[in-house]
Design a protein around this ligand. Structure first.
Ligand SMILES: *[C@@H]1O[C@H](CO)[C@@H](O)[C@H](O)[C@H]1NC(C)=O
Ligand SMILES: *[C@@H]1O[C@H](CO)[C@@H](O)[C@H](O)[C@H]1NC(C)=O
Ligand SMILES: *[C@@H]1O[C@H](CO)[C@@H](O)[C@H](O)[C@H]1NC(C)=O
Ligand SMILES: *[C@@H]1O[C@H](CO)[C@@H](O)[C@H](O)[C@H]1NC(C)=O
Ligand SMILES: *[C@@H]1O[C@H](CO)[C@@H](O)[C@H](O)[C@H]1NC(C)=O
Length: 275
């Protein structure tokens, strides 16, 4: 092997090293699209988000360093987004799904409205989804089942409606699940309520505060029995009340007529000349 060949080899090696180690952080178009759309869909009225500007979206990460408040980077890509308790309003952009390396999404304790985008299904690495304590509406997208690594689904304290998708029970890694205090209805999927095989089981605290949700592990519907009792009670009570009322009415009427009669009698006796 000639010296020239050796030099070429060394040059190639150095170039490869350069590219991999000292590569200027080229902006990731997916992350940029994700952040741009998210910043448009949420309203930061209290101006609490630092560096959430167009120029930072183009380059939010440098290796493991993030320049964007709430974002954590891994190898130049955003892998955690945590914007909690910042009084954020607006909605969750479906383009959040463009942050394809996202493993944790925590937008809890804000005033976010609108639906949970079903596009979140494209976040195939997502392990933590915490959207609790917002004002989110609409159904829980069954497509979330496609995020096979989901460990945590915390959606408590929102205004979510519809049923809990059966499919969520297929998420074998799920270790925390909380949909308490929403407006969910229908049966609790057996796979979430009952332990079967190695699927986890969640207790009543995960489901409380949804008026029309029923099934194990929630206590059997006492409300129906109670309401029947209540209706009977109200019926009996009002019957008794009306009885008492009409009785008093009759008494008063009798008293009045008695008095009238007494008066008339008096009048009559007055008019009547005394003999
Ligand atoms: C963002 O996501 C949408 C829908 O999934 C896709 O059509 C689009 O190509 C993505 N954009 C980028 C820049 O990755
Ligand atoms: C905002 O960006 C500047 C410079 O790019 C950086 O020094 C600062 O730490 C960033 N702030 C946050 C909260 O990340
Ligand atoms: C979700 O966020 C809330 C508020 O920030 C926190 O209290 C709760 O523990 C989180 N849920 C999980 C399962 O970590
Ligand atoms: C779930 O568990 C409850 C209480 O142990 C039991 O009554 C019910 O039959 C179980 N349901 C299924 C489908 O296993
Ligand atoms: C329900 O489960 C949660 C978390 O798994 C636990 O902290 C809590 O003590 C349980 N509550 C009851 C009443 O068993």
């Amino acid at each position: 092997m000639g010296a020239a060949a050796k030099t070429v080899c060394a040059l190639i090696f150095i170039t490869v090293l350069n590219v991999s180690l000292f590569r200027p952080t080229s902006s990731d178009p997916s992350d940029e699209a994700c952040l741009t759309h998210l910043s448009q869909s949420i309203q930061d009225a209290t101006k609490s988000l630092q560096n959430w500007t167009k120029s930072t979206f183009a380059n939010p990460c440098s290796g493991f360093t993030s320049y964007l408040q709430g974002a954590t980077c891994n190898n130049g890509r955003i892998y955690k987004l945590s914007l909690t308790n910042l009084a954020l309003r607006g909605s969750i952009s479906p383009f959040l799904a463009n942050c394809t390396n996202l493993q944790a999404l925590d937008l809890s304790s804000n005033f976010l409205t609108g639906p949970i985008p079903s596009d979140l299904q494209y976040l195939v690495n997502l392990a933590v989804l915490n959207l609790s304590s917002n004002r989110l509406e609409g159904p829980i997208p069954p497509q979330l089942t496609l995020c096979a690594y989901l460990n945590v689904i915390d959606l408590h304290d929102n205004s979510l409606t519809g049923t809990i998708p059966q499919q969520l029970g297929l998420l074998v890694r799920l270790s925390a699940f909380d949909v308490s205090n929403n407006k969910l209805s229908g049966p609790i999927p057996v796979s979430l309520g009952n332990r079967s095989g190695n699927l986890p089981r969640f207790n009543a605290t995960s489901f409380d505060g949804n008026k029309e949700l029923y099934g194990y592990p929630l206590a059997p519907l006492k409300s129906k029995g109670l309401s029947v009792l209540a209706i009977v009670g109200i019926g009996l009570g009002s019957g008794f009340a009306s009885l008492v009322l009409s009785f008093t009415g009759v008494c008063i009427w009798l008293k009045i007529t008695e008095r009238k009669m007494a008066l008339e009698e008096g009048k009559v006796s007055h008019l009547m000349p005394d003999y």
